[in-house]
Ligand binder design. Structure first.
Ligand SMILES: [Zn+2]
Length: 353
């Protein structure tokens, strides 16, 4: 693991740049060989194309259509470090992959004589088609499937606990967009990180906790209730270096907001927790500062609601919630106001700001 997020981002971008060049090479090679064999390539509806080849070509077309869907979905939904990706590199990579997909879609309507006549080529094409259709098809199912969430009426509606613009880093119902969903008590849990200029969540290299815009940001009660539990005094962990696996929540506040609804706000700054057990809190009341205590890799705010009071109670179930009066930006362009649910990579802020 890199020692800071800035380095991680640079490595990540270099990786994508190398992948872009490799795939660009693949595209050029493919064009070269298609041009070379153009004389023996024909449309599948011309000549006597066996039904088997029609089926294979159909499978290949299906795989490539799914691949076309997968490319943006991966960057916009599944990639948890989207905010670290350089937009130029990311667009170049998408463009190269989309070009490959488009070319293959056109080629799926043509066939070479060698695929019809040579047994080995036919088997190779069969294996490749099945692999692509299966894997890309599966992925194409997974991405749209992440956009499901309990209806507004089934969710606890909360005030946004912070000010400014934030990114939902881990959010949604399914483990592939929200790692919390792997444990039942933290189903629907949200990890949010504050954004600065250009949607960056840290300045400089992100080597120091204080580089992060989230660090030291004021946190307010998202609902009224009674403080059921709280903790303070745990130290700030270094970025990517010291996860506390014993006190996973770090400094936290737990508020009983309704019967069988216990809201946790975690990873608060050492010495900042402003409420104690038994306190009645009003919605909007100052609770403390966001920090980097507990089991955390870099400063962010964790929030979830469970139906039982003990954090690690394996019988507890995570409860769905939404924020009221927010503006949510999804896929970097689609804006929605009101109480829309949050999925990974959604950006949100209070709508009156
Ligand atoms: Zn979390």
């Amino acid at each position: 693991m890199e020692s800071n997020l800035g380095q991680f981002g640079e490595t990540y971008n270099t990786g994508i740049l190398i992948a872009t060049l490799i795939f660009f090479g693949v595209l050029l090679l493919r064009i070269y060989f298609v041009k070379k064999e153009i004389a023996q390539r024909s449309w599948i509806w011309k000549g006597n194309t066996p039904i088997f080849i029609w089926l294979l070509k159909g499978l290949w077309l299906l795989g490539m259509l799914c691949f076309l869907l997968d490319i943006p979905s991966w960057f916009l939904t599944l990639a948890s470090f989207k905010s670290l990706i350089d937009p130029t590199i990311y667009l170049s990579f998408m463009l190269v992959l989309i070009s490959i997909a488009f070319m293959e879609i056109i080629l799926s309507f043509t066939v070479t004589q060698s695929v019809i006549t040579q047994f080995i080529k036919r088997i190779l094409f069969l294996l490749l088609s099945v692999f692509c259709a299966f894997s890309f098809g599966l992925a194409a199912f997974v991405f749209p499937g992440t956009f499901q969430f309990p209806a507004e009426a089934a969710c606890t509606l909360l005030e946004m606990p912070v000010k400014g613009q934030w990114l939902a880093m881990q959010a949604g119902k399914f483990p592939w967009v929200n790692y919390h969903a792997n444990v039942p008590m933290q189903l629907y849990a949200l990890d949010m990180v504050k954004l600065g200029p250009h949607w960056k969540f840290f300045s400089y290299m992100g080597a120091d906790t204080s580089d992060f815009y989230s660090f030291g940001d004021s946190v307010f009660a998202p609902a009224s209730g009674i403080v059921f539990n709280s903790k303070d005094g745990l130290p700030t962990q270094m970025v990517y270096k010291g996860e506390d696996t014993v006190n996973v929540a770090g400094n936290f506040v737990e508020i009983e907001i309704q019967h069988a609804k216990y809201l946790f706000i975690a990873h608060l700054l050492n010495g900042s927790v402003a409420v104690k057990i038994g306190d009645t809190v009003a919605v909007g009341q100052y609770l403390g500062l966001a920090g980097n205590s507990g089991n955390t890799t870099f400063p962010h705010l964790h929030l979830h609601i469970q139906d039982k009071p003990i954090l690690i109670d394996t019988a507890a179930k995570g409860q769905p919630f939404r924020f009221k009066n927010i503006e949510r930006t999804r896929f970097d362009v689609f804006k929605q106001k009101g109480s829309p649910y949050l999925n990974r990579n959604d950006i949100f802020s209070a709508s009156h700001e």
